[in-house]
Unconditional design. Sequence first.
Length: 410
Amino acid sequence: MNIIDVINKKRNNGELTREELEVAFNGFLKKEVKDYQMSALLMAICINGMSDQEVFDLTDIFINSGEILDLSSIPGVKVDKHSTGGVGDKTTLIVAPIVASLGIKVPKMSGRGLGLTGGTIDKLESIPGFRVEANKEQFLKQLNDIGMIICSQTDNLVPLDREVYSLRDVTGTVDSVPLIAVSIMSKKIASGADKILIDIKCGEGALLNDERTAKELRDLMIRIGNKYEKEVRCLISDMDTPLGYCVGNALEVAEAAELLEGKIKNNLYDLCVDIASNMVSMAKEISIIDAREEVIDAINSKKALDKFNQFINYQGGRLDDMPISDKTLEIKSTKKGIIKDINALIVARVSDSLGSGKTTVDDKIDPTVGVFLNKQVGDKVELGDTLCTLYYNKVQDNFNITDAFTIEEE
Ligand code: URA
């Protein structure tokens, strides 16, 4: 059997055996299978889907393509989290310190931005001195010393996902439920945590736009978790409007710190409390209600803020020196009424055009720019009120950001 037989079988909606999946995917990693052949197979998977058995086999092939982290030397339950990617999503920066401040270990390997959604590692790199890389020894030592780490994924963790993902990104094969499930779950299982919380984003500014597909993904990831005896919980959260007030790297780090200082109560706060409560409930095997109480107390008592500062310092970051552009432009409302919607996709595009994201692989991110939303959904606006503030460095003529705001006149 060769790669063309495998492509033909999937194109004809057949079920691939483990051996056939190995021929294709291991062959691709070894560069025996060409990019165009893998692209054809991925498209056939996108169109025809995969059985559970195919998904389990492919997850296993992905996991075994690299190193599997063994966290058994670290005492206690280890809980990881993952988000499928959203606009203004800085939840990891907030949730990890909350959970770690409650005595639970949080080993977190994060990625960079994908499409229009920012990555945790890009955000952390806005902090002068912050080290995003950690080798295995440093990873384990930090987890033991302070109970949490957020670092970039090592090159040897599921290398197959890295190769396949970059092809999916440019071949219209990202939004396939089995391929997303394999990609996420293989990385989470290889990272070694005992329990995993996944925040599935659904809406305009997310990979998945409809709830039915989000639920399909949730159920599949839970079934993969069961196979590996890992408890997996999934939340499905709204991504029609940006999360919180800020979109842009340094701005989002600053917002995370402010939330932990107790200064912010918005949609970001609500989601962080939900995610953290589920992680604590899994780790301590307590009810969500009890876990929620602990989480809110960790924020109010500033225990979580202390953990956040300890983690930033441990990884060399100097938060006080973090630059945010001093060039700002306030966008005023030309209408009076109530804000009904703020379109996440438009805000993300504007922030990207200011320099907070990458359009090509070679682009350099400007961590100091982005969008601050002065108004949120449900707020009243008067004529001339500031809707949002743009932090920029390059001069831009046409921001079109007012299109993001749907204002209904009273
Ligand atoms: N996040 C991932 O890690 N992989 C996907 O395929 C989609 C979102």
